[in-house]
Design a binder for this molecule. Sequence first.
Ligand SMILES: Nc1nc2c(ncn2[C@@H]2O[C@H](COP(=O)(O)OP(=O)(O)OP(=O)(O)O)[C@@H](O)[C@H]2O)c(=O)[nH]1
Ligand SMILES: [Mg+2]
Length: 245
Amino acid sequence: MAGPAAPGSVIVPDWHESAQGKEYLACILRKSRRRVFGLLERPVLPPPVAIDTASYKIFVSGKSGVGKTALVAKLAGLEVPVVHHETTGIQTTVVFWPAKLQASDRVVMFRFEFWDCGESALKKFEHMLPACKENADAFLFLFSFTDRASFEDLPGQLARVAGEAPGVVRMVIGSKFDQYVHTDLPERDLAAFRQAWPLPLLRVKSVPGRRLADGRTLDGRAGLAIGSKYPPGAPALLRGHAWRG
Ligand SMILES: Nc1nc2c(ncn2[C@@H]2O[C@H](COP(=O)(O)OP(=O)(O)OP(=O)(O)O)[C@@H](O)[C@H]2O)c(=O)[nH]1
Ligand SMILES: [Mg+2]
């Protein structure tokens, strides 16, 4: 199986900042705030700009408190929870994300369905992990730069979650990168991990985003920068398959 695509090699980087990108982004914003889409909803584009939609189910895995819910909120353009409230079951969030493909110059609407399950719920209810894994296209494995145990837990997570699903895209995400000064994870540990597990590894900070001029409302574009080279949380998703040509 082909390895993950290099950053910036599949989608046009920073396209969402261009005039054309802004036109497409308008359909996922409302009054400059990000629109929230239910499982059965989708953005409406005027017929001349109707584009294909590529849907992916993404399971977000990681120890309690690493920042799974915060990351999904950030990517969805929603308020990031500042205090840790354990997610008590499975929470699904739909994120639409237009992007332009390098190879064909085509614009595609990605639809990411994030499945976020609180760690203790996952341990308590046996049916939850299989439900999250079923038909998943990608697994995001989170660890926190401020929680060494969450990093040491990664090989176990990778085996538990992805062990019997070799075809599913896997990606590792280090959260709380803004707290790097407090980390007890030296670069050499990360390098050793990458040698053992040659997977894409991203560093993110899921902190409250930019506000609009009123000082209160969250800017709907906040969070989009994470996906400027990769669509959100989906770097490797694109392996290129259906969308390369
Ligand atoms: N500074 C900083 N705080 C973060 C970041 N990501 C998450 N947090 C904080 O860490 C705490 C836990 O984050 P959650 O997203 O609720 O953790 P979780 O992985 O969903 O935890 P469970 O639902 O219990 O499995 C919250 O107080 C977040 O605000 C980050 O990148 N930077
Ligand atoms: Mg949570």
